[in-house]
Write a protein that binds this ligand. Sequence first.
Ligand code: NDP
Length: 343
Amino acid sequence: AKVLVSGANGYIAIWVVRTLLERGYSVRGTVRSAEKGRHLLDIFKGYGDKIEVVVVEDITTEGAFDEAVKGVDAIAHTASPFHLKAVDPQELIGPAVKGTVGMLASALKNGSSVQRIVVTSSCAAILHVSPEPKVFSEVDWNEQSIKEVGEQGKDASGIAKYRASKTLAERAAWDFYKKHKHEIQWDLAVINPPFVFGPFIHDSPSIDSLNESARVWYSTVAKADAGGRSPEFLATQGSCWIDVRDLAEGHTRAMETPAAGDERIIISVGPFVWQDWIDTANALSPSPIPSHTLPKGVPDGGKGAKHAVYYDTAKEKKIFGLKLRTMEETARDTLADFERRGW
Ligand code: NDP
């Protein structure tokens, strides 16, 4: 079977590609330029013609994926901007929404062999921020960020702009799917991950050019100054997380598991504050990164921290039952990866 993966050169997508190839699938990856596809072809060259790369320069143009969807059995749509520097919210919302709907529209038009489409959404499309801790599940939608961006436009926070882009994109996907359900043979599954950490295999020449989540993890957990974060920040601030390799496995299961159809599925290990990662990194023996001085923060300072956001992952456990990596495993492998690169 052949799978189309959009944004195949990205941090998460390239692990999805790898997992699919290891499972015996053929993969067609889309990238924005031939240059961006080179590394992908290089690291997977052992798979011969099971890996191919096609260039889709601008995912916001109508019919952008019309050719790419031809002859594939499943699609993983991961391409979407993830950064917090957008001024105009449309910088994020445009490609997020148009890219997602465009993929579904191309599948409607030319995807006669497609059975399942998996969209990489985010917990950003689920959570909202409130003074009291809250357990969120797949029934929740992040209306808060849409409202903030609607009211404040360019002045909204960077994170609200990103979260709004993911919420609007996922909602648009479900709307399109429901509208066209009677004319398609494929179904839709959506994966909602929280912060994604773990080693990277995509092309990145430096820490600063890493994707958002890996860059934040590395600068906070591995740089001696914790990326300039205060001990108080480290002990109180965090999110929920998942290892990128488990998330890639989740995408593959989402393609293979009939029960994932018509579902949005949260895949999350649980909450953390940054001090938890720092303590975990310091406790690893032997150190996977002996050339670095790790930050210390205030050891155990995050124990008992109040988390604002929790996720109910019962659906993932029921449908996939993934065995998720622990903080120790993710920290060890990620630091070992940085050591290998000499960063
Ligand atoms: P990366 O930045 O590594 O990958 C993003 C991919 O999307 C790249 O291939 C990138 O192409 C492509 N892309 C970005 N903007 C555009 C655009 N305007 N037009 C076309 N393609 C674009 O990020 P991740 O791997 O982390 O993210 C992948 C997906 O996972 C995204 O949908 C993101 O929202 C989602 N996600 C990520 C989380 C995380 O913590 N990392 C958490 C939850 C969800 P190029 O390289 O050419 O820029």
